[in-house]
Design a protein around this ligand. Structure first.
Ligand SMILES: NC(=O)N[C@@H](CC(=O)O)C(=O)O
Length: 429
C-alpha cells in the first residue's frame, strides 16, 4: 500500500511538503511529488508526527474483557495516534509467565492496529513476595523489556534491588508504581485542604516521593534502569532532578490527567475522578508541566484504565481508581503544553513518541520523519476543536474525566508501517 500526504507540516514546522509512504517506509519527502498509484491524502494545515508510544496502557485482556479487550484497546490507541502500546501486567491471570505475555503479544499482532507489547510483572501474581521469571519473559516471543507491578508498588527493597540488577542483564527497565503502602492505607484523595473539606482520607505526596527516592538510590547503586510511572507531585520532580544530576539510570512519565486536573474536581464526588495516584494540587500540575517541558519528566503515558460502570457509578470509597486516556492524550497535551507554549510540536514528538520508544528500546518507533524511516505516523489537525464524549470512544468502558470538555487538536490519521490504521475517527482494517 502506498499513500501520498499532500501539503503536510513536518513537526508543524517550515514549509508544507508532500510525503510519499510506500512499502512501509517514508519513501520520499519533497514538493509536488507525483502520486503515481498512491492514495492521496489532503494534509494541508496538518502536523505530521511520529506515531505515539504509550508506556502505560491497561488493556484488561485476559480477565476483564467486559471493560476492554486487546481489540477495542488497540482501536482506541490507533484513533489516538498510537503505533505502539505497553499493556500492563495487572490482568487476570497476571502477565507473569511466558504463556500470558506471549498470548497478549499474539493477540495484539492478530488485531494488527498497533504494536501491543506486554509488560511483564516484576513479582509473581503482583504479590511482591517473589520475583517472576523475568528472563523467561524477556527471551519469549514477546521479547519483554518493560517489567512492572503497576497497581502495586514493589515494596520490598531487596526484591526491588534484585529486579534492578536483572534489568541490567536483560537490557530491560523496571517501571515502578511508587506508592509506600503503609502511608496510603485507606487513602482516597490527595492529602490536603480539599480532602479535609470533603472528608476523604488523605493520600500524602510523600508516599510517592519516599519510594521514588529509595528507588533512585537503588538504581544508582545497582546500575539498573528505573522508570517511574505516573509522577504526580512536585517533590517527585525534585527527587528526579537530583537523581538525574548524579547520573542515575532513571526515566519518568506523567499522565495527561495529572497535567490538567486538580483535586478541586473532586468536589462533585464523581468517582470518574478517582485515580491512582490521586489528582493533586494546581502547584503540582504546574510543576509537572514545567518538568515535562524541561525533560526532568521524560514522557507522557496515558495510564489508560478502563472500568465497568458498576465499578465507577458507586460510592467514592468503593469505586475503582483509573481513567481512560488513549483517545484524549494528544488533545490534553496540546491543551496543557502546546497552547501554553511550554512545548512546540517537535517537543510533543519527543514526549509522546521518541522518549518512550527509547526508554522501552523500540528500534522502529519514535524515529525521525525522514526518507527511509519506518512509516509509523500520526497526522494531527492542530486547529480542530472537539467535545469529549466517552460513549463515542472505541473503548468498551466510558470512564473519561474529560467528558463534555472542549479540547483542541485531534489525530486525523494514524499509520502503522505504512498502513492506515485510523482515519477521520474511523478504524481501518
Ligand atoms: N491507575 C489507576 O488508577 N488504576 C490502575 C491501577 C492502579 O494503579 O491502581 C488500574 O489498573 O485500574
Amino acid at each position: 500500500m502506498s499513500a501520498l500526504l499532500r501539503g503536510v507540516l513536518l513537526y508543524g514546522e517550515g514549509e508544507p511538503v508532500d510525503v510519499l509512504v510506500d512499502d512501509g517506509v517514508i519513501a520520499r519527502i519533497g514538493t509536488d511529488l507525483d502520486a503515481g498509484g498512491a492514495e492521496v491524502v489532503d494534509a494541508r494545515g496538518k502536523v505530521l508526527l511520529p506515531g505515539f508510544v504509550d508506556l502505560h496502557t491497561h488493556l484488561r485482556e485476559p480477565g476483564r474483557e467486559d471493560t476492554e479487550t486487546i481489540a477495542t484497546g488497540s482501536a482506541a490507541a490507533a484513533l489516538g495516534g498510537y503505533t505502539a502500546v505497553f499493556a500492563m501486567a495487572n490482568t487476570d491471570p497476571v502477565a507473569d509467565t511466558q504463556l500470558v505475555v506471549e498470548h497478549v503479544w499474539r493477540q495484539g499482532q492478530a488485531v494488527g492496529l498497533v504494536d501491543v507489547h506486554p509488560v511483564g510483572a516484576v513479582t509473581v501474581g503482583l504479590k511482591g513476595e517473589k520475583l517472576a521469571e523475568l528472563g523467561t519473559m524477556a527471551r519469549s516471543a514477546a521479547g519483554v523489556r518493560v517489567f512492572s507491578d503497576d497497581g502495586h508498588c514493589v515494596h520490598d527493597p531487596l526484591l526491588m534491588r534484585r529486579a534492578l540488577e536483572y534489568s541490567k542483564a536483560l537490557d530491560a527497565v523496571i517501571a515502578q508504581h511508587a506508592e509506600e503502602p503503609e502511608l496510603t492505607v485507606g487513602a482516597q484523595a490527595n492529602e490536603g485542604e480539599v480532602a479535609s473539606r470533603l472528608g476523604l482520607a488523605g493520600w500524602p505526596a510523600v508516599a510517592e516521593e519516599a519510594i521514588v527516592a529509595r528507588d533512585c538510590l537503588l538504581a544508582k547503586h545497582t546500575g539498573g534502569r528505573l522508570h517511574v510511572c505516573h509522577v504526580s507531585t512536585t517533590g517527585t520532580v525534585d527527587v528526579l532532578r537530583w537523581a538525574k544530576a548524579r547520573g542515575t539510570g532513571v526515566s519518568a512519565e506523567v499522565t495527561p490527567h495529572h497535567l490538567l486536573l486538580t483535586d478541586e474536581v473532586l468536589a462533585s464526588y464523581d468517582p470518574v475522578n478517582k485515580v491512582n495516584p490521586p489528582l493533586r494540587t494546581s502547584v503540582d500540575v504546574q510543576a509537572l508541566r514545567a518538568a515535562l517541558a524541561e525533560g526532568i519528566v521524560d514522557c507522557v503515558a496515558t495510564d489508560h484504565a478502563p472500568h465497568a460502570p458498576q465499578d465507577k457509578d458507586c460510592e467514592w470509597s468503593s469505586a475503582r481508581p483509573g481513567m481512560l486516556g488513549l483517545q484524549t492524550a494528544l488533545s490534553v497535551v496540546a491543551h496543557t503544553m502546546v497552547a501554553t507554549e511550554l512545548l512546540d510540536w517537535r517537543g510533543v514528538a519527543r514526549v509522546m513518541s521518541e522518549r518512550p520508544a527509547q526508554i522501552a528500546g523500540l528500534p522502529d518507533q519514535g524515529r525521525p520523519l525522514a526518507e527511509g524511516e519506518p512509516a509509523n505516523l500520526a497526522l494531527v489537525d492542530p486547529d480542530a476543536r472537539w467535545t469529549v464524549r466517552g460513549s463515542e470512544f472505541a473503548s468498551i468502558a466510558a470512564n473519561t474525566p474529560f467528558e463534555g470538555m472542549e479540547l483542541p487538536a485531534r489525530v486525523v490519521m494514524t499509520m502503522l508501517r505504512g498502513r492506515i490504521t485510523a482515519h477521520e475517527g474511523k478504524v481501518c482494517g
